[in-house]
Write a protein that binds this ligand. Structure first.
Ligand code: SF4
Ligand code: SF4
Length: 246
């Protein structure tokens, strides 16, 4: 009896990138067809992002209104619209493992992109925009001019940016910090709070690139709270999680 997914935490299988089939174009195509077909029947993620509406339109407008009548050269429309936010896997999909469908849409797109990269077929502009560490370091160094340039009120320059990069001129872009959170952390040693309730515990802050480059004040606020309430000493690392206690 298949188990209904999403009634418990999803199981995330590691990406099977060492498997020789991982970058096999035929196997990948077959897996994309399998997943797209399930999604077309489900449609639960219709409002999560651009990928799903594009997928549903692609199949609905095909000759037989099924995945078999969609040519694989149309798949990039769906895959390129995915921002890998992980929402479909983490919050919506009832077919994630342990369900027997074993569906992981974001990992499928990662697999697709890995193959595109190997074939040197990744789209140039999104590929360059995705180099966050490099771009954001430049953004922090030239924050004043870049924040002015990217301001939504700066209509002419934003139209130009839209033309070159495809970034919609109506989108409010995050501002860059004048310094990274990591740098702020190194410069500002908070004194140990010996009266803190968790004074014998240590904490590591994983600042995330967004806080590090764009929202330093969020990190500073967290530092203040942690110093007051919890910890004896603090280390700062970049990464995905906010903080971990020892
Ligand atoms: S991971 Fe991709 S497909 Fe899934 S919700 Fe996010 S953008 Fe959409
Ligand atoms: S990812 Fe899951 S929930 Fe979303 S449309 Fe596909 S099958 Fe449905």
């Amino acid at each position: 009896m298949p188990k209904e997914g999403s009634t418990e935490a999803p199981i995330r299988h590691p990406i099977d990138f060492k498997n020789p089939d991982f970058l096999n174009p035929e196997k990948l195509d077959a897996e994309m067809r399998r997943v797209f077909d399930i999604c077309h029947g489900c449609r639960r993620c219709f409002n999560l992002c651009d990928s799903f509406p594009k997928l549903f339109d692609l199949i609905d407008n095909s000759k037989e209104e099924n995945i078999e009548s969609v040519s694989s050269d149309k798949f990039p429309v769906v895959a390129d619209a995915c921002t890998l936010c992980d929402m479909c896997f983490m919050t919506k999909c009832p077919y994630v493992p342990p369900h027997e469908f074993n569906l992981d849409f974001p990992h499928l797109i990662l697999r697709y992109r890995t193959l595109q990269k190997k074939k040197n077929k990744l789209l140039t502009i999104p590929n360059q925009l995705a180099k966050i560490d490099r771009n954001a370091r430049i953004g922090v160094i030239f924050s004043r001019i870049i924040n002015w340039f990217s301001n939504i009120k700066n209509k002419l320059l934003r139209s130009l940016l839209e033309l070159v990069t495809g970034i919609d001129k109506r989108v409010e872009l995050p501002k860059y910090n004048f310094e990274t959170f990591t740098n702020y952390f190194k410069k500002n040693k908070y004194p140990t709070n010996n009266n803190a309730p968790g004074k014998n515990r240590k904490v590591v802050i994983y600042s995330t690139c967004f806080v590090n480059f764009n929202k330093k004040n969020t990190g500073i606020a967290a530092l203040k709270v942690l110093k007051k309430k919890w910890c004896r000493s603090t280390k700062c690392l970049s990464g995905m999680l906010w903080y971990a206690f020892f």
